[in-house]
Design a protein around this ligand. Sequence first.
Ligand code: ZN
Length: 261
Amino acid sequence: MLFFIIFLLGLAVGSFLNVCVYRLPAGESVVSPPSHCRACGVRLGPADLIPVLSYILRRGRCRSCGAPFSARYAVVELATGALFAWCFFVFGLGPSLIKALVLTSFLVVITLIDFDHQLIYDKVLVWLAGAGVAINLSFAYAPLWGSAVTLPVGLLDMLLGAFVGGGLLLAIAVATRGGMGGGDVKFAAALGLWFGWQHTLLALFLSFLAGGLGGGVLLLLRIRKRKDLIPFGPFIAAGAFVALLYGPDIVAWYAGRFLGR
Ligand SMILES: [Zn+2]
């Protein structure tokens, strides 16, 4: 039951993330005006705000003018619901779940905007960094729920994480003469604030792995040509998501296997 409620929460949040992805690059407010049909301008009803529902009820069409809504909205919503449910499956109910859901929401927005525009926006990164610092500080220094947090990240570790994450990608950006964008460098630094240095390294290692595999698949399927720019942000986001959910397990496995701890 709780699993289903978290999934529904993911659908609702996914609906809002769709709005962010569409409006932030256009420089529009994400809260006003309320969502409207892009063809006829009619304000969307409650059912239309959850595209998955509107797809079931109205076959993905505007109730007023019948213009079709893009299926992508419903797909993004379903994916967010599934990612939220996955987080709940790993963390259960508690402060770690809040942290996971907030970070996951940011990762979805950054992935989609980078995919659409090959850009990671500073305003999104500022919110990402601020939210990470606020959540980690409240977890690390709040005696009430601090003990329930899976992996507390203190202030020094946050700063080290930002330094290590941003520094590593900056070094790659310089070495490859711009093969890595400035947005990726800042994205890695902001994630460092969320993860601390150890799991930031893990997240980036996983994203290089994903980028190598994913880039190869895109080239093989000829979706992208060799000279095309493949945005790296979505791979960083994927690495961060895996590190978020399984970081402690992977680090423990690695330490036991190779460091003899
Ligand atoms: Zn319409």
